[in-house]
Write a protein that binds this ligand. Sequence first.
Ligand code: GAR
Length: 199
Amino acid sequence: MRIVVLVSGRGSNFQAIVDNVAAKNLSVTCTQMITDNPNAYAIHRAHNAGIPVTVIDYHAFPSRKEYEVDLLLALDELQPDLIVLAGYMRIIGKEIVLAYKERIINIHPSLLPSFPGLHAQAQALAHGVKVAGCTVHFVDEEMDAGPIILQRCVRVCDDDTVEVLEERILAEEHIALSHAIQLFCDGKLKICDRRVFIL
Ligand code: GAR
């Protein structure tokens, strides 16, 4: 199975995939990392891992539509079996969603459908939830709303800051994302009426 990983910044989830592949805990080939951000720290991680990088600088395009034309072209050249959004901070447009229907997954740092969008961990703290976590889901045309593959939860402690909670959730993200990729690659995910069943 060939995966392409889209990243916008730090890339710790990307690194977890790379490490799991190296440790033979994940049996996929990461053929490319694509980033919308020429300054993403994840680029260094990809170079260190010997994974080719494509930079498609979002801000170099006059519109999101034009950016997405280039992104779709890049994806089509790579022919991935699965596209993994690992800290990719942009909405995937309709054309790409349709071209790769049920072949794009995303990691989000909340227990969806709670706290979609940006700053999910801060939203969770502001709401005083006692349990937080992360979600891996298929990507559809709505933001952070596609069928849920799996979730992992963490405690929220009374003295948590946003940074502390982010770290606790991130550790679970690193496990959840690779697990979901492996399930997909093993053909164990079945979507029925917007629900994902693990076979
Ligand atoms: C992660 O917490 C990821 O869940 C989140 O961005 C962070 C990226 O960290 N993604 C989103 O919020 C997407 N809606 P990383 O670059 O170290 O993997």
